[in-house]
Design a binder for this molecule. Structure first.
Ligand SMILES: [Fe+2]
Length: 246
């Protein structure tokens, strides 16, 4: 067994050092080559895995929405559950990934860390999305409407920009509050993990992946975005903004 050979080699090295003969064991080229081929893998240092996360429940999944079918919402929720599970799986694997083997072309730690951002993005994006569906749509009110009007000119201008961004995106649109300049922006994402802007907090998320609408609208994403707008719970978005501004 490898462990036995390693222990024996370490024992021989230790013994040789004790009699001043270490160079005889380590400097012979054939012995050095043999050491390389039988060297044990470095023990992974790893990081402790955070506690596992669990899928949240959302009233929007079982609600009757205007223009977004229950079948779409239920299938969509199962995708979200998959992101939760993969987040936990990747975090567990990272706990045993060997950081000394990091390589930018391919390495376990690289692949795990890249895909972790996709999985975590899938969790966070969908929690925002499911969280503010199930409302009556229309226009927001109060501080949220004031902020939209201030930063986009008018609600209609904001809504037009959101829809246009949604038609241009391959994954997501986020209405985000940028804590650095205190303004709202419609940001575009092509995947769960692109393109985040640091210190900008999404307060509204529009999923533009085809799984969000193909069952109901096939390729007519514009009609789906219109339906999305009819089902926004503005109270949730306002609460998201209030939290982001703290
Ligand atoms: Fe989605």
């Amino acid at each position: 067994m490898a462990i036995h050979r390693v222990s024996r080699r370490n024992f021989l090295k230790t013994s040789a050092l004790s009699v001043g003969a270490a160079s005889l064991l380590t400097e012979h080229p054939l012995r050095a080559a043999a050491d390389q081929t039988t060297a044990p893998a470095a023990q992974p240092a790893g990081l402790p895995a955070p506690p596992p996360i669990t899928a949240k429940t959302f009233a929007s999944i079982s609600a009757t929405l205007d223009g977004i079918s229950k079948a779409t919402m239920e299938a969509h929720y199962r995708l979200y559950q998959g992101y939760v599970n993969k987040t936990n799986e990747i975090r567990q694997k990272l706990a045993t990934a060997d950081p000394t083997k990091g390589n930018q072309t391919y390495s376990d730690i690289r692949e795990l860390k890249v895909e972790l951002t996709f999985a975590v993005g899938g969790v966070k994006n969908h929690e925002t999305y499911f969280g503010h569906l199930g409302g009556k749509g229309g226009k927001p009110a109060g501080a949220l409407l004031t902020a939209i009007e201030k930063h986009f000119g008018s609600y209609d201008a904001w809504a037009a920009d959101l829809k246009g961004t949604g038609l241009a995106a391959r994954g997501w649109v986020w209405l985000a509050y940028d804590r650095d300049d205190g303004r709202l922006y419609n940001y575009l994402g092509d995947a769960q993990n692109t393109f985040p802007v640091w210190n900008a907090v999404p307060v509204l998320a529009l999923d533009t992946y085809e799984h969000a609408y193909y069952l109901d609208y096939q390729t007519d994403r514009g009609k789906y975005i219109d339906a999305f707008m009819r089902n926004i719970d503005w109270g949730v978005v306002a609460a998201n903004l209030e939290k982001a501004m703290k």
